[in-house]
Design a protein around this ligand. Sequence first.
Ligand SMILES: [Zn+2]
Length: 261
Amino acid sequence: MDARAKLLRSRETLRVALLASEDWQPSYKRDLKTFKALLAGEARLETVTAEYLVGLDQRAPAYVDWSRLPTHVVADAGPVLNNDDAAWKREQTLLTAALLDIITELVATGASAGENLYGIPVGFTTLDEAILVAARTQVAQLVSQVTTTTRDLIRESIQQSIATGEDQAAAVARLSRVINNPVRAELIAHTESVNAYQTGLFNFGKATGAVSKTWDGLAGACKLCGPLIGKTVKIDADFPGGYPHPSRHPRCRCGLIYNYE
Ligand SMILES: [Zn+2]
């Protein structure tokens, strides 16, 4: 393990302690083994996402046609490479490679949590087809969103450089601040770890014949999800607002309880 990897690992250990102190709904903590795995997965997800953004920061200036500054700014694409450019395909491949294993583990963790919480052993692992498919689907959506947002961020950064009359060096520095943003990595890890875990738990619920699910609100914690707390819907139905399970908003720590007949 090189020095940077060591540093990142020790930072992750600290993150796990911090994450554990957040307002998780009680259903997460009822099985400590999978709760710990969830926290470790979230911390790891944050690291790899942040590391991806560090790399993207190095590559991003190459995605801008600097010769078109400052006079030519086309409203839609601007000087940023088009969506179908091979460079963005490469970015998608890189990000998918960074995320897929961790998301797969988090989905499997959610499924295992179900087994332990409800005492119904199914034997879910990261090798099950349902887990693999769910993880790949989530990662594909996430990667597509992240790439779209990245292009928007680059475009906006360039527009700001043009508006403020910056030269290319200043514009590259501005772009770097926008791309290499640890808060973005943290937000992605927060939201997507809960998504993956809850997807796994849903897979467990389906596999074991749960009939309905209830928004977990024993602590009345999440303010934004307040109106949903205690609501029950059929297993395949969405909760009001179109959500099959948490997370429902950035940093959502809500959970679900599955009901059997
Ligand atoms: Zn919530």
